[in-house]
Design a protein around this ligand. Structure first.
Ligand SMILES: [Zn+2]
Length: 258
């Protein structure tokens, strides 16, 4: 059975915790502060005054509570828009993706949950197949994000089928397996069959788009593996194995990227 993406709301409290966890570099290797401040510039000033973790969380909490009140109408109308627009492609997407990745949707996953949120970073939760989606996204960007996050859920199911000894912890930042998942997701979404459905080219994290291995742009290396395997009728499992080998071979170059 194909899952359906259900759109709900993240809420001010949950957004505050998530934004804080991305802002707080002690629990995050990546510095997301610019991304946060570009969406919420008043927070920069608020956080400059915070001295402790608790003060940071409380400043972010006050801000998100106010933002959720002020933006309530917009958040609601964007949720309706996202639901209607994604609904047009859900069936085709959910049927194409397992075909491309040569696996099936698990029988017990009827829904993927998208929580509309004021957090500009859209984290996913692999355990409950949910993610947050920034409310001010355009329809095209929303479609790319929903496709991207939903792909992660099926990707790690497939990964376990191909690498049965995989550790759950390797699926999260900053592990190499996680980095590879972020590199390969746009590669898979840019398969012509999928790109036509999403309606635009998918991009990777800027640091991956800018990186090179052995003088070749990193993303082109993995796109090359994908098209090489596809042109020769190789399995998706084969593509994952070859990509993982390539990532391990260049681990020292990739490791510093996040
Ligand atoms: Zn991702």
């Amino acid at each position: 059975m194909q899952p359906k993406v259900r759109f709900g709301y993240a809420g001010a409290g949950s957004d505050a915790k998530a934004i804080h966890s991305f802002y707080n570099t002690s629990c995050n290797k990546v510095d997301w502060s610019n991304c946060i401040f570009s969406a919420h510039s008043p927070l920069r000033e608020e956080l400059r005054r915070a001295r402790t973790d608790r003060q940071e969380l409380s400043a972010i909490g006050c801000y998100t509570t106010m933002a959720w009140q002020e933006e309530a109408r917009m958040i609601r109308s964007q949720r309706r828009l996202f639901e209607a627009e994604w609904g047009k492609v859900n069936g085709e997407f959910m049927s194409l993706l397992p075909k491309m990745m040569e696996t099936q949707w698990p029988a017990d996953r009827r829904y993927v949950r998208a929580h509309v949120s004021i957090n500009p970073i859209c984290p996913r939760d692999l355990d409950d197949w949910s993610f947050t989606i920034y409310y001010l996204k355009s329809v095209a960007s929303m479609r790319e994000t929903v496709a991207h996050e939903t792909l992660h859920f099926l990707y790690f199911k497939k990964w376990r089928e191909v690498f049965p000894d995989a550790e759950r912890s390797s699926f999260e930042s900053p592990q190499l397996v996680w980095q590879l998942s972020e590199i390969l997701t746009p590669v898979i979404l840019n398969d012509s069959r999928m790109k036509a459905l999403i309606g635009r080219k998918s991009t990777a994290y800027p640091q991956f788009e800018a990186a090179a291995i052995d003088g070749r742009p990193l993303m082109r290396v993995f796109e090359g593996i994908y098209s090489w395997k596809r042109a020769r009728g190789k399995s998706f499992a084969d593509f994952l194995k070859a990509s993982y080998e390539e990532a391990k071979k260049n681990e020292s170059d990739i490791a510093f990227l996040v």
